[in-house]
Design a protein around this ligand. Structure first.
Ligand code: GLP
Length: 256
């Protein structure tokens, strides 16, 4: 199978954002203004911030009645959440989604589904999150970022395509990378998270993997040149027939 199914290369990341948001906006129209709705899969991370900013301004420009319908039928599932952080903690992915999506769009916070990282029993929470997603038909459009160690969601290496939503231990690399949200202190980054597995991600109808910036060029090169293996979790996207790779000059220039 060809990987990626579609290569969306842009010299400039602002152009990339606008083109991707064209696709997402249409996706939101199809999914939430029609009678049949499938959850949209959302991601967090720095890569997604300009995308959510642009998406919000597009959706805000919709006619009032469409916006009403959008907020009534909104159904999204995030990939992951830290274990042990209160949802009000500004470093939680719940706070991130509230800041960049729910508040600016005046959405009911509950419509944006994330695993409850503060649940009494995180294993049970992971199971019920997965069941709830599957009862709604699984993900339609999935937005994905890429970790510098090749993770998607928090599916840290090694990880196979059969893995489902579960509690995972975060790698030192990931805790170091994500420490910026924790006053730069890696020790403050939770050691565990709940993440959708590769299995749920690979069942999405359409996947948009966004890889931008120089810090991602090494892992992108590996992703494009290596066969699928557990040591590079994102490489299992090779099993999917509808993956769009959105990338810019900084990430892609050394990948050829
Ligand atoms: C984080 C998240 C991923 C995200 C990735 C890249 O740890 N769990 O969902 O896509 O790492 O983050 P960034 O966009 O900040 O590079």
């Amino acid at each position: 199978m060809e990987f990626p199914s579609q290569l969306m290369f842009f010299e400039d990341s602002a152009e990339l954002t606008e083109s991707l948001v064209d696709v997402l906006e249409q996706g939101f129209r199809n999914q939430f203004l029609d009678t049949f709705t499938t959850p949209i899969g959302l991601a967090t991370g720095n890569t997604m911030i300009p995308i959510y900013k642009s998406l919000v301004s597009r959706l805000e420009a919709w006619p009032f009645s469409d916006k009403e319908q959008l907020s009534q039928s909104w159904c999204s599932f995030n990939l992951d959440e830290y274990v042990g952080l209160d949802k009000k903690n500004i470093a939680s992915f719940r706070s991130y989604m509230s800041k960049y999506v729910a508040k600016p769009l005046h959405l009911n916070e509950e419509a944006i589904r994330l695993p409850d990282g503060n649940a009494q029993d995180p294993v049970k929470e992971a199971n019920s999150y997965s069941k709830e997603l599957s009862s709604l038909g699984g993900i339609g459009i999935q937005l994905l970022g890429l970790g510098e160690n090749g993770h998607i969601g928090f599916n840290e290496p090694p990880c196979g395509p059969e893995q489902v939503c579960r509690v995972v231990t975060l790698s030192e690399t990931t805790r170091r990378q994500n420490s910026t949200s924790f006053q730069g202190d890696q020790n403050k980054v939770p050691t565990h998270a709940i993440t959708l597995g590769l299995s749920e991600i690979l069942q999405a109808r359409e996947i948009h993997l966004v890889v931008t910036g120089a810090s991602k060029s090494k892992i992108l090169q590996e992703l494009l040149s290596r066969p699928a293996s557990n040591s590079l979790p994102a490489s299992w996207l090779r099993l999917h027939s509808n993956v769009y790779l959105w990338t810019d000059k900084k990430a892609f220039k050394d990948s050829m």
